[in-house]
Write a protein that binds this ligand. Structure first.
Ligand SMILES: [Zn+2]
Length: 129
């Protein structure tokens, strides 16, 4: 585990995760935001307060490794995981005890993305695409 000093050093030099977004998955879902939850006070942090390294090198996987800084209690905490398509939206996963587990699904697909996913399914059904 990295020291707090190492975590802060990384945070200072790494880019906000939002600079690698939006990311479009094959099911049409558009990932627009990665947030982190403060380990101390549970506040949700986003934007410039969530920074790290992003890997978009694998098809349909948006993975990230970085840190969040809480705007309320100033705690710095590690965040890592990956986002993959799930049904007509996506889900975020992280490693727990050596295996990938689901952190939470992104239930709220934007209406246009739901429409696009539905349209794609209909077109696929009729074998037009
Ligand atoms: Zn906090």
């Amino acid at each position: 585990m990295a020291s707090t000093k190492e975590m802060i050093e990384r945070f200072k030099k790494e880019a906000p995760l939002e600079t690698a977004l939006p990311y479009r998955f094959s099911n049409g879902f558009l990932l627009t935001e990665i947030t982190g939850q403060c380990k101390s006070c549970k506040k949700e942090v986003a934007g410039d307060h969530v920074r790290g390294i992003v890997n978009k090198g694998f098809h349909d996987v948006f993975s990230f490794d970085g840190h969040g800084i809480c705007t309320d209690c100033k705690t710095i905490f590690a965040i890592h995981g990956r986002v993959k398509p799930h049904k007509d939206a996506a889900r975020q996963e992280y490693v727990k005890n050596g295996v990938w587990v689901t952190a939470f699904p992104f239930e709220e697909a934007k209406p246009i993305d739901k429409l696009r996913a539905t349209l794609l399914r209909v077109l696929t059904f009729f074998r037009l695409v």
